[in-house]
Design a protein around this ligand. Structure first.
Ligand SMILES: *Cc1c(COP(=O)(O)O)cnc(C)c1O
Length: 384
């Protein structure tokens, strides 16, 4: 077997397409040049289309959490009241970040595997009209659940509060329409559906957000959005950008434009439907219900017939397929199959074939091919 061959079915890093890998090996250029400015402006325009905004988009040389920190550092001042939707590890991250900046955090706790009821956000906002911002995770990677950002935005947009969304594991795979929906800040990262290595964070900022950012008293330096805006006016960045990552971003954003956003979204939805059909046909239990199931990652429960950690190990060592385990309380309880970024429907067939073989290797009684057949049946009805 080829040791270096890894099929990444984890929620980041995800496979990077060859044209992006080639771009990463290109000789470096100075970043205060017209040539780099044109790459910066072109990729920023494409990111705006992916975010569904005509407002502002910036990047940082950091992982996705850098964009999340920038969102908090620029909008939340000490003792501000914020509401955070917490349905898993990444919702918790928003709470931790807000507390680090001295905010008074009101959590709307959602049972793992469930999505938030927008009415709960409405109630929390009515009870605390002084709320500075509502934080939510578009795709809760730890449980494989999508929260309905559009419905929550409909509630928040009519208040003084900002709506701040973690779209790290959804941007470029699940629709985001910042302007139409009324989302104020979106944080994203490069190593998920944007098909790049880790190291570039993306942040979208609405007009409404600027009025809060300009008054925010929290200390910030590297992550200062006002510095980003001043520099973007001059077609540059405050600090040295990750030049090579921009070469690669130029490639992957062009790929997304060529495929077309609607087709990109449909591909992710189809991959989700294939994996869910396959899991069911194999007799496995899905962690999230159909209505809220993530289009980029599927969480599947283990049961008494097999050990999920042994399954993951077998998939990685024998079949070169990496899937994720559960985090915290869900460790050993679920395994998660990432289907985001540079992969296609047919890849789900081989992914599931490996899951079936690995289960069989572990001695779980299974009908080999039942899940693969179900996935193929879903695929045969896909339009692409
Ligand atoms: C991956 C991920 C992040 C960010 O993680 P980094 O390791 O900082 O890139 C944030 N939110 C969600 C929902 C994620 O899936």
């Amino acid at each position: 077997m080829f040791r270096e061959k890894r099929e990444l079915r984890i929620p980041g890093p995800t496979p990077v397409p060859p044209q992006a890998l080639r771009a990463l090996s290109r000789p470096l250029m100075g970043h205060r040049t017209e040539e780099f400015s044109s790459i910066l402006m072109r990729t920023t325009e494409r990111l705006k289309r992916i975010l569904g905004t005509k407002a502002d988009v910036y990047t940082f040389a950091s992982s996705g959490t850098g964009a999340m920190e920038a969102a908090v550092a620029n909008t939340v001042s000490a003792s501000d009241k914020v509401i955070v939707v917490v349905g898993g590890k990444f919702g918790e991250r928003w709470s931790e970040l807000c507390r680090a900046f001295g905010a008074e955090v009101e959590e709307i706790v959602v049972e793992p595997g469930k999505a938030v009821d927008p009415a709960a956000v409405e109630q929390a906002l009515k009870a605390a009209p002084e709320t500075r911002a509502v934080f939510i995770t578009q795709n809760e990677t730890s449980t494989g659940v999508e929260h309905d950002v559009e419905s929550v935005a409909r509630i928040v947009r009519d208040t003084d509060a900002l709506l701040i969304v973690d779209a790290v594991s959804s941007l470029g795979a699940i629709e985001m329409r910042m302007d139409d929906w009324g989302v104020d800040i979106v944080a994203a990262g490069s190593q998920k559906a944007l098909m790049l290595p880790p190291g570039l964070a993306v942040i979208g900022v609405s007009e409404k957000a600027w009025s809060v950012i300009e008054k925010c008293r929290s200390p910030r330096y590297y992550f200062d959005l006002i510095a980003c805006r001043k520099n973007m006016d001059k077609e540059t960045t405050p600090f040295t950008p990750a030049v090579s990552m921009f070469y690669a971003l130029d490639q992957t954003t062009a790929m997304i434009e060529e495929e077309g956003l609607e087709n990109v979204y449909r591909r992710h939805q189809d991959m989700r439907d294939m994996i869910r059909a396959a899991a069911r046909a194999t007799g496995l239990e899905l962690f999230a219900s159909d209505e809220v199931a993530s289009r980029t990652i599927t969480a599947i429960r283990g049961d008494s017939t097999f050990d999920v950690e042994k399954l993951r190990k077998r998939l990685a060592t024998v079949y070169n397929i990496e899937v994720a385990g559960g985090q915290s309380e869900l460790k050993g309880v679920i395994f998660r199959i990432g289907h985001m970024g540079y992969m296609d429907r047919i890849d789900m067939v081989s992914t599931w074939a490996a899951v079936e073989l690995a289960l069989n290797d572990l001695g779980r009684p299974i009908e080999i091919g039942a899940g693969v057949k179900a996935a193929m049946e879903v695929m045969s009805k896909c339009e692409f």
